[in-house]
Every structure is written in structure tokens, then in C-alpha cells.
Design a protein around this ligand. Structure first.
Ligand code: ADP
Ligand code: TRP
Length: 332
């Protein structure tokens, strides 16, 4: 049976793009396939960008509550947070000692920061870059290798990190004999979900629709979607309509055909937005209730994460003990 593992940073309440592009496919995949599934919250990864304990903790709850509210089956998928697995950090150091520094120099995320400093005319190209960002790929490799992961579903931007994890595993296996499973990446996100302004929906563009905002705010945000100046009764083009694009993600083929007909007959943008709001709201309202319930009863989230960590640590201890024996000559 294959092992699938992916991590989610605790960067706050996910948006529709995260939901349709990453969370929903991962939950559906674990429901529809056989395998070992490990989905975890990479809260220590967030420490790179967030230096406020209240914020990290709050955002970790928000992300955990989201996955649980969307009915992740935690009896099938092991759901935990990174900070509950101390073995990850011991393995990180061991891996750190087996990766050429040059590989880390070539990591996209680090190179992008260097380039930004160069463009800003900074003398020190490492200005503002902390060691955590530089060695981020090693922590991520430990997340993956500790659990004998075969497949890592990730977005395009994370592929290089999985390649680095594989390369560390290969180097270690070459030196110490077959010790670690060499993971493969699999592209998780299909099409990018557009945001309110038509660009990729992203927290960093300020164009996103938070998954569990109130009904009122959802309506308000959908009303903000950019439209052209076609009059209310004039036929409208479905091809370049953001409303139509988003509607498709929440509807059946038949429902999409009905809306397409309305577009060609002429529907006001106001009505089209209302139809979109109703569809999205219908899809999310039950999960929203569950989300709010979990956020008001955080001990339920704690319990799920603790159970997940207990299960995950059984695997973690086994791998680490093998690694300690074979790499350090330690007997326990
Ligand atoms: P953001 O750009 O809002 O910071 P992240 O980079 O944290 O989002 O992405 C978390 C996950 O959600 C990744 O797997 C990413 O591929 C997916 N994702 C983010 N934005 C979108 C989008 N607009 N459409 C589809 N998937 C997305
Ligand atoms: N770096 C990933 C991101 O920013 C999150 C992550 C951390 C991860 N550890 C992982 C993803 C291990 C897959 C496997 O999205």
C-alpha cells in the first residue's frame, strides 16, 4: 500500500482557491483510494514568516478546523500538527548533515529572495533572510522522509522541495544502504482558481474569498467580482466571465448548461452574481456551521490532532530508530 503525505502551512483561514485546488482534492483522494494518508499542519514552517505566538496558534486552529469541517475522515487519514512530532526535528539535523550547501543555495524560494534584494539595490544579498528560510527544504525533507512517503501531492511551486527530499534520501541510501523511501511528487492542483480581480486567487493579492466568512460577507465579496459593461438584457459571453468560471466549480454539468443558456439569453450581472452566491453558499453552509462549532470548542480540534500525532509518532519512532542505528551507531 502506498503512503501519501502532504503538509499545509498554518497561514490562516483558507480561501476558495485553497479549498478547490488543494483541500477538496486531498480529502476526496483519501476517500476514494486505498493507501496510508498523512495530512499535517506545518506550523513550524510558518515560524519563518510569523513571529507572533498568538497568530501562529490561531491560524493553526483555523486550518485544522477547516479540514475537519470539510469532513476529512481522520480514521482513514492521519491528521496531526508538525510541532507534535519531535522526531521530525531530530531527523532534520541528520539530513542537514547530508545535503550539500550548494543545493540549498539553488532552492527557488531562497533564490527569489536574493533576487529581490538585488533588485532593491541591497549591498548584502542575504539581507533579511533568516536561516529558517535557507534550510526550509531540509525541514520539509524530514516531514516527508520520516513517514516512508511514496507520493507527495503538492502544488507546482513545491516540486523542487520534493526533488530535494528525494535527492537526500538517495544520497543516504547510497552511503548507508537502503534506509529511506525515495518519494515522488504528484501535482495536486489542477487549474488555478481565479480571484475577485481575475488573477490567481491568493492571500497575497488581497483578491480572495475566505472559505468560511459569514454569508453576508460572502455575498458582498461576490458582488465585487469584476464584470464588463454589457447591459442587463444583452447576451453575455461565458468564455471570459469570472462568475461563470467560479460557478462551474460548484455545479453539475446540467446546472452549468442552464446558466450558459441564461448568459446567451441575457442575464444581468447582478442576477448572475446572485446565482453564484447561492451555489457557493449552498455548498459551504453546512461546513461553515461545523467550522464555527469547532472554533468555539477547540478541545475537539485538540483531541483530533492529539490522536493523529499518537498514530504518526509510531511510524516516526520506528524510522528514527532505524536512522539512529544506521547513521549514528546508536542502539535506541
Ligand atoms: P496563497 O497563494 O493564498 O498563499 P498557498 O500558497 O498557501 O496559497 O497555497 C496552499 C495550497 O493551495 C497549495 O497547494 C496551492 O497549490 C493551493 N492554491 C492556492 N491558491 C490557489 C488557487 N487560486 N487555485 C488553486 N489552488 C490554489
Ligand atoms: N512547503 C509546503 C507549502 O508551503 C508545506 C509543507 C511543509 C509540505 N512540509 C511539507 C508539503 C511536506 C508537502 C510535504 O505549501
Amino acid at each position: 500500500m502506498k503512503t501519501y503525505l502532504t503538509g499545509i502551512q498554518s497561514t490562516g483561514m483558507p480561501h476558495l482557491g485553497n479549498y478547490l485546488g488543494a483541500i477538496k482534492p486531498a480529502i476526496d483522494f483519501s476517500r476514494e483510494h486505498e493507501g496510508n494518508f498523512l495530512y499535517f499542519i506545518a506550523d513550524y514552517h510558518s515560524l519563518n514568516s510569523i513571529k507572533d505566538p498568538k497568530v501562529i496558534s490561531e491560524q493553526t486552529y483555523e486550518v485544522a478546523a477547516t479540514w475537519l469541517a470539510l469532513s476529512l475522515d481522520t480514521s482513514k487519514a492521519c491528521f496531526y500538527k508538525q510541532s507534535d512530532i519531535p522526531e521530525i526535528f531530530e531527523l532534520t539535523w541528520i539530513l542537514q548533515c547530508h545535503i550539500p550547501k550548494g543545493d540549498l543555495n539553488r532552492a527557488h524560494s531562497y533564490k527569489a529572495k536574493l533576487q529581490a534584494n538585488e533588485e532593491a539595490g541591497k549591498k548584502d544579498l542575504d539581507h533579511g533572510i533568516n536561516g529558517g528560510l535557507f534550510s526550509y527544504p531540509v525541514l520539509m525533507a524530514a516531514d516527508i522522509l520520516l513517514f516512508n512517503t511514496d507520493i507527495v501531492p503538492v502544488g507546482k511551486d513545491q516540486i523542487q522541495h520534493v526533488e530535494m527530499a528525494r535527492s537526500i534520501a538517495q544520497r543516504i541510501n547510497g552511503h548507508y544502504g537502503d534506509l529511506l523511501v525515495e518519494p515522488q511528487e504528484s501535482l495536486s492542483a489542477g487549474k488555478y482558481i481565479p480571484g475577485l480581480d481575475g488573477r490567481k486567487m491568493s492571500k497575497s493579492y488581497g483578491n480572495s474569498i475566505p472559505l468560511f466568512c459569514t454569508e453576508k460577507r460572502l455575498k458582498k465579496l461576490i458582488n465585487k467580482i469584476t464584470t464588463d459593461s454589457t447591459g442587463p438584457d444583452e447576451p453575455k459571453n461565458t468564455e471570459d466571465s469570472l462568475i461563470f468560471d467560479l460557478y462551474k466549480f460548484f455545479s453539475t454539468k446540467e446546472e452549468v448548461q442552464v446558466l450558459a443558456k441564461k448568459f446567451s439569453d441575457g442575464i444581468s450581472w447582478g442576477h448572475a452574481k446572485l446565482e453564484l452566491f447561492e451555489k457557493v453558499n449552498e455548498d459551504l453552509s453546512k461546513a461553515r456551521e461545523k467550522y464555527n462549532h469547532l472554533m468555539d470548542n477547540r478541545e475537539l480540534i485538540d483531541r483530533e490532532l492529539e490522536n493523529g500525532a499518537k498514530k504518526a509518532r509510531v511510524i516516526a519512532r520506528e524510522t528514527l530508530s532505524k536512522v539512529r542505528q544506521n547513521i549514528m551507531g546508536l542502539q535506541s
